[in-house]
Design a protein around this ligand. Structure first.
Ligand SMILES: [Zn+2]
Length: 320
């Protein structure tokens, strides 16, 4: 049973909004496009993992995706955690594409072409650290410390895994996504010294979900941007031009000539993703490039934002 879903998709949506809104020729635009591509590939990799996990008996396997927990050393993240009555499994998902070479120290070199090489830290040490920190976390919360198994899962089936030299062994824990289900079935045959109950596993899941601390995504901070780096205005749904002009109860695009009653929706969605869950009338006037406070008030209330306060300085909130 999936107890916690992936939550990286929101990061993709925020980056997409930024890519749409950042000024053309802005010096950070290229980095943002690159990061968006990377994030999309991570999400695609996660989707690949869902398929083999879908074959597991939902009454026996509790699955939690994208956990970020705190201990005295800071945060640690687990891509996927699987809880069973006899053992737990940590999955470290790798979205490596191309050819991946393992050296004798477990370090990884990815080759996409002859010229393009990229090094990655040893994934086995990474899962060992996660295992150690999860063990400590379980102990601290008085949960049963069952054996923790782990796999480094290469999400894309087309990725080639090879040793740098034929004498070097690739660690057994490194597997392709399509082996995942069978590897878990092999674990099922093992004997484990301890056992717990499904009720206890439900308690652990609940506690993990409660203590999960999603990263705060502040792209303005990350890319050192100001609001003035963004294009404001309502975008034309037809020709993508900015900004549309507000006429009586509708928006008009001068370049292509279309009218729209709802074009402000995607602009407000961009505002929400990039700036936050609340907006004042003044902020909305600035962002949608509309002069009249009454027009803005009507738009915000029609979009079902909740008004807090009745004065000029009311704040409007999206229902979360
Ligand atoms: Zn247009």
């Amino acid at each position: 049973m999936i107890m916690k879903q992936y939550d990286k998709f929101i990061e993709v949506k925020i980056l997409e909004a930024l890519e749409r809104r950042i000024r053309n020729y802005h010096p950070k635009k290229e980095i943002i496009i690159r990061d968006l591509k990377k994030k999309k590939s991570e999400v695609a990799g996660e989707k690949e993992i869902e398929y083999p996990l879908g074959f597991l008996n939902p009454d026996k396997f509790l699955i939690l995706h994208n956990l970020r927990l705190q201990d005295e050393n800071g945060n640690f993240q687990i891509d996927t955690l699987i809880l069973t009555e006899r053992y737990y499994i940590i999955l470290e998902v790798k979205n490596w594409q191309g050819t991946v070479l393992f050296d004798e120290n477990g370090q990884v070199i990815r080759k996409r072409s002859i010229e393009e090489e990229e090094g990655f830290p040893n994934p086995i040490s990474q899962v060992k650290t996660q295992t150690f920190r999860l063990q400590k976390w379980l102990r601290m919360h008085n949960f049963p410390e069952l054996k923790i198994e782990s796999f480094v899962v290469i999400s894309f089936p087309s990725t080639i895994i090879k040793p740098v030299q034929p004498t070097i062994q690739i660690p057994e824990q490194v597997i392709h996504n399509n082996q995942l289900y069978f590897k878990i079935m092999e674990l099922e045959k093992n004997k484990y010294p301890h056992q717990t109950t499904m009720n206890m596993l439900m308690d652990i899941s609940q506690q993990l979900i409660e203590l999960h601390t999603p990263p705060i995504i502040n792209l303005f901070h990350k890319y050192k941007l100001n609001r003035s780096d963004l294009n404001f205005g309502v975008r034309c749904p037809e020709c993508r031009s900015l900004p549309m002009i507000r006429l009586k109860q509708k928006w008009h695009c001068t370049p292509c000539g279309i009218f729209s009653r709802s074009a402000h929706r995607s602009a407000l969605e961009d505002y929400r993703l990039l700036i936050g869950n609340t907006i004042t009338n003044k902020q909305a006037r600035e962002f949608l490039l509309v002069e009249s406070p009454d027009v803005i008030r009507r738009i915000l209330l029609k979009e079902k934002l909740i008004q807090r306060g009745n004065t000029k300085s009311s704040i409007y909130m999206w229902e979360s």
